[in-house]
Every structure is written in C-alpha cells, then in structure tokens.
Design a protein around this ligand. Sequence first.
Ligand SMILES: [Zn+2]
Length: 505
Amino acid sequence: MKRVAIVGYFLEVNSFSPVTTEAGFRALCHLTGDEVAEELRKEASVLPLEVTAFARALDELESWEPVPISVLAATPGGPVEQAFYDTWLADVRRRLEAAGPLDGIYVANHGAGAATQDLDSDGTLYALVRDVVGPGVPIVATLDLHANVSERMVDMADVMITYRTNPHVDQRERAEEAARAMVELWAGVRPETAFIRLPICPPSITLLTSEGPYADLIRFGQEARDERILNVSIFGNFTFSDLPKNGITVLVTARGDRAAAQALCLRIAEKGWAERHRYQRDLTSIDDAVAGARARSDDATIPPRIYADVADNPGSGGSGRNVSLLEALHAAGATGVVCGVFHDPALAAEAHSLGEGATFEAVFNRDREDEFVKRFSAPARVLKLHDGTVVGRRGNRRGRIMPHGPSCLLELGGICVAVSSNRLQTYDPAQFEMFGVDVAEARTVVVKSRGHFRAGFDEFFPPDRIDEIDAPGLSSPVLSRFPFRHLPRPVYPLDEGAMWAPPAW
Ligand SMILES: [Zn+2]
C-alpha cells in the first residue's frame, strides 16, 4: 500500500492588494489532517477541485492510502502575512515528519504566491517538503496556469503540471495526469526537466485558451509531444504578483531523456517569443458601456450583453468594491441591469437587519475608501436575502461550494445589485440565481470577473456578447498604470525593447 502525503497551498498574489491574513484562508479553505480526509471524499467539497480529483484518480490506479497534511486556499489578494505563513509551514513540517514513511507527495498548488518577506513562498514550501522526505521520494505538483515558476520549484519537484484551460476547467484532467505521473515514477521512470522563462508578462485577459497567442502556444506544445515527453506545461504567469520570477514559462518533462526535453522546450519558447506582439487586447470605455446599456434599456430588440469589470476582479486580487461602472449606469438610468457580486459586509449586514422589502439609502463602501474604493449611495430596496452558501453549477466552480457569507440582492432604480460578505469572483450564474434572478431576462449583466465568468455564463453570452470594460481597479489590464517594483525589466509589453536569447544548455 503506497502512502501519499497531500499538501495544498493556493494563493494568487496581486502585490498591489492588501495583505492576505489568516482570516482570508479561514473564509475559504484552511484544513489540516483529518479535516482534509473528511472533505476528500465529499461530492461537493470546499477543497480545490484537483485535490479530490487526484485522490479519485489514484484510487483507480493503485492501492494507496492518503496522508492528508494541510490545505490552504484564499481568494487572490496581497502577499500572505509572513508570521502566519511561517506558522503554517512549521505545521506542515511537523505533520510531514510525524507521517512516517511516505511513497510520494502530491502538492496541489496555485503557484503565484508570495509572503510579505518571501518573494518565493511556493518555492519555500517545495524546499521544505523535499527537505523532509529526502531526494528519493517523488514530489508531483499541479499548478494554476497563472503560476510564477522559480528555479527552486523546478529543482525541488519531480514533475510540475499546469492547467491548459483559461477559464480553468481542466483541474480534474491535470490531477489525473499527476496521479499517472506518480505511478510512472514509482515504476522507475526518471523525470528530466527543461525550463525557460521568457521576458513576457502579459495582462491576464490576453491569456485565454479558446483562441489567441496563448491558446496557439499551448496547442503547439501538446501537438509536438511524443512518447519521450511526460508533460508539457506552459505557464502564463500572473503579472500583478510583481516578482523577479515573473514571465511566461515553458516547462517540459521527459521520461529520462534530457535532450528531448530541452529540444521541445526551446521550440515552444522560440514560438512564444516570436509571437509576443499578439498579447494585446482593446477594452471598452465606461462611456461606451453606459451608452450600450442605455440603448438596450430602451430597445428590447437589441440582444443583451455581459460586461466584465476586469479591473476589479476579486479573482485577480481586486477589491470587488469598485463602484465606477455601477455609479455610471445608475446615473444614466440604465434598466434591466444585473450587477455583482459586490463585496461589502457592512451593506449586506444592514440589508439583513432591515429585512426583505425594506427601502433605505444604500451606502457602498461606508467603512473603507482608497484609490479604487469610493463611497456611493443611492435609494434602494432589499429584494432578497441569502446565507450566501451556494454550489456552482457551471464551468470553473461546478460542484464546488462558494461561501459568500450573508448576502443580499438590492434594487437601485433599474439595477439589481448582488452584495456579499466574503470577497469572491463572479464565476457562475448560480451567484445571481441564489437570489431568484433569471439571468436570461437581464438586458445587461455586469460581473466582477476577469475571465472565469466565460465558462459559467456562456449559455447566455457567447464571446461576441462580451465587453471587457476599462474601469479603474487593482486588476486593470492596462499594466502601464501600475508601479511595478520587482518584475524582471525590461519585460514585454511594458518595455518594447525587451530582449531574449535561448539558454546555453
Ligand atoms: Zn488562474
């Protein structure tokens, strides 16, 4: 019976966002030992999908016993508070040391983490795991495609496997691939890895995988695989992490054949570099967005559209509190608008104390203001209250619990606004449907999301009914607005003169 330890660490850091504290993990997923074991076998779990999928996949392949260590996940935000992260790492070390002999480690990892004093917090975790188990025990990791990959992560892990879809809907397949890789390593396959980081830090909205340069690069890499290659992973990176290790990264793992890994890695990197100028997209101005919403309010024959408030995406570290678009739509008298999910615990609590049907002056952001978070107030009615726990029904969050905390649906003129107590990206129509909203009836839908909404709302809005709005916020695709400090400069597209040369292996 193989014994496999399971460790999870999910944090996507936007270095311009407020520090992520223990409370941020407690609100989403902070489980250890037996708590992980219990969630591992549930149908709808709070665990990241790849953790449960890995366990089910290995069930099919091997007689094995999970040794659950700890799984930590928060909504994307600022760097994790160092003291909390150090405490968590110490607990992981203690549990690994107490686990007895292990045959493998599965690290379920986002990979775009950072701590307030550790710019490679993911690498620190990998090094800790390797230090405890020694060189002979396989470490297999799955990562988000927005991961920022360090040399140390590559050195410490045997195999690293990233998603190939954005919106991310292939966690299950990648976890199954990780389970198969683990079995191959047990059978004696020796992984040989080649790794190239390109000086390209694109805005996330250019990293879709249905079409565009990143989609083409991933397809190229997969089609170029042969039986010598165990895995091809092409990481898009998460530019807002603002780290020295940022950049599109190609990682090829071969079965014992280093030359094969290097040759394919180089071919992919050269294509990626040659096509760097394709990582650009145009946004829709707030004025144009408001004019469109007004026109649809007055003319029912114009098809509905969805607006992505990409600059204030909680899934990229945005506050979920920016009111620029809401305020403009409200001022213009747009109707038939469904908008959310705003993060405002005080407003949600007030709605709950007033009750459904109450009318009041809704004050957004009464307890917090900064560059992107401004106060906004308007007469409102409480349409619906909800405890905020809902299971996703489509795309990225299908079958997973989304814990919004106490939530409400408010009516402000012709606009319905969903408000939650926890900060979550808007992934799924279920986040409006829990309030009784019929998304198909809306003339305009506004979502706090960069891209994952595409996999949830595509039944209502195909790609040609989507507008990405140029509002202010911590996740704006207009990278020149941000005071980056740690990115490896020069870097494309911020610096037109960025240079790259193939490595001298
Ligand atoms: Zn991602």
